[in-house]
Design a binder for this molecule. Sequence first.
Ligand code: KIV
Ligand code: NA
Length: 264
Amino acid sequence: RKRIRTHHLREMKERGEKFAMLTAYEQYAAQTFDEAGIEVLLVGDSASNNVYGNETSLPVTVDELLPLTRAVSRSAPHALVVGDLPFGSYQSSPEQAYATAVRFLKEGGAHCVKLEGGREMVPQIELLTRGGIPVMAHIGFTPQSEHALGGYRVQGRGEAAQRVLDDAKAVEAAGAFAVVMEMVPGDVAAQVTRELSIPTIGIGAGNGCDGQVLVWQDAFGLRTGRMAKFVRQYADLHGVLLEAARAYADDVRAGTFPGPEHTF
Ligand code: KIV
Ligand code: NA
């Protein structure tokens, strides 16, 4: 297998083939997902709440995400590795966005970056693209704008559908190579997907998109608690780890581990 590049995703869209994307934040998840043929690995700012223990994605910093990005890019020989620009690291100007994105490629080894926003991010997307950094846009519900959007809610219902379509067309025209759509009605996301020539990637946006993305701890059941409607749980890793940790502790307390076969 060859390395997945941005043009491969576009060619898959043209052939009507769908592709899969997952988050990854460290070596073994990245290696395993790459081995499974997941085309795109996102070192999401969701590391804020899935690695660093925060409640939202807002607190995570560039300096916290770069080592995770490095770990994933070192560990994934085939996948396209996307660095996610965190809150506050790109919004204030195209120059700020470029300086931050360069760090994700130079220090993190990412192949491209993702940023949140539609029409308002056109200057950032244009400068990055001109400067040799492929950009994945992210529209619909954008978690970094949670407080501005008034909480977690579907974007693009009714008359607001036109805004999602306008955002999608604007980021495509600015040079984005793909666009994530989060919590957008399925029919709206399907229409956007038909009208764009760049691939769309859905999360809570129905199956009319060209690709899908999920946070891996949600999809594979490492995280417990309330799950968004758009998550399908493919495994119960929390249960597996909990049982293993309890079995180990039981053996240590009972004096049955280590056994003679583990002893020099
Ligand atoms: O940070 C993240 O995990 C994301 C995806 C879920 C799209 O941005
Ligand atoms: Na993100």
